[in-house]
Design a protein around this ligand. Structure first.
Ligand SMILES: [Cu+2]
Length: 329
């Protein structure tokens, strides 16, 4: 039995070629990135082998053959010395130039009106994506052969948006908006990961990028997208509650958090910060969501955001069914 017994290591035979080499090339950046990466890799291998081989050869060839052997005085060779400085300088200069050019290309998002813009919200430990028509998904949908600009936003800590098949990665920083762009070159499903350690569930902060055939297919998908399709109103309401971020401040278990618990929210007596009172009803919930400052519950800070324009009447309907259901018992 070995001292280092690590059973979870994959056996060499289980490794596929794509585990060692770069993954699929699925964006316009990929070819350039790989070309430069492999270029640098092969140059490094070439010089590593050359330098190591010459070192070994010279060590043997010029070794001191007897204790009596005299060493010659210092000599030098201008031609050699200049050459072995100039060639490496040219090579690293080229690496820098190519790297910088690729970097600038990736960092300057296209300003054209035709680029699809998607807002990305990263949050411990999930992603959500908001499209120009307001639809929101947990997987990123984009068209192939079309420029996509992402506006990256973190609701809590530092995350990093990383799609290895697109060769693109960008930090998602709380308190500032970072932009990245890419153009997918093939339809399919690709893995999207968080590449910045952001807490204990970090490794599960994954999602998918679904690349549609073309812009037309994407538009058709977007128009017909309905996250509540096939869900009963209560289940749909739960989805609204979770996907709109209400759970950041509210729960339905009966304990107050940043906001009051929403268990029993309909039909309880409420006193507001301005001293008025009422027995709450469904319309009160509706008003709280659309215009949260209209009535501020006494004893709480008025920190709830307004959801006007970010939630539909249909969604409020579902929400009320859900809140009514969780208030029973
Ligand atoms: Cu993260």
């Amino acid at each position: 039995m070995g001292l280092l017994n690590i059973p979870s290591l994959p056996s060499m035979s289980a490794l596929q070629p794509q585990d060692i080499w770069m993954p699929e090339q699925a964006s316009t950046f990929a070819e350039n990135v790989d070309w430069l990466f492999y270029g640098i890799l092969y140059i490094c291998i070439f010089f590593f082998v050359l330098v190591t081989a010459l070192t070994v050869y010279f060590v043997v060839k010029y070794r001191r053959k007897s204790p009596m052997q005299e060493t010659g005085g210092p000599t030098h060779n201008w031609f050699l010395e200049i050459t072995w400085c100039a060639i490496p300088l040219a090579i690293v200069g080229w690496m820098w130039f190519e790297g910088f050019r690729g970097f600038m290309e990736m960092r300057s998002s296209p300003k054209g009106a035709d680029a699809l813009r998607v807002i990305v919200n990263a949050q411990k430990w999930s992603w959500d994506f908001t499209y120009p028509n307001g639809a929101m998904t947990q997987d990123l949908h984009v068209p192939a052969n079309h420029k996509v600009v992402l506006s990256l936003n973190s609701l809590d800590v530092l995350h990093s948006f990383y799609v290895n098949t697109f060769r693109t990665k960008m930090d998602v920083v709380p308190g500032r908006i970072n932009e990245i762009w890419f153009e997918p070159t093939m339809a399919g499903e690709f893995t999207l990961q968080c590449a910045e350690y952001c807490g204990d569930e970090h490794s599960r902060m994954r999602s998918k990028v679904i690349v549609h055939e073309d812009k037309a297919a994407f538009d058709t998908w977007l128009e017909s997208y309905d996250p509540y399709k096939g869900l009963e109103p209560i289940a749909a309401g739960k989805l609204v509650f979770e996907s709109k971020g209400c759970t950041q401040c509210h729960n339905v278990t009966g304990t107050n958090q940043i906001g009051p618990t929403l268990k029993g929210v309909i039909g309880r007596e409420r006193e507001f910060a301005d001293g008025t009172k009422m027995v709450t009803d469904a319309n009160y919930v509706r008003e709280s969501v659309l215009d949260s400052k209209a009535k501020v519950v006494k004893g709480f800070d008025p920190v709830m955001p307004n959801y006007k324009g970010r939630i539909s009447d249909k969604e409020i309907g579902f929400l009320i069914e859900y809140l009514t259901e969780v208030s029973k018992n």
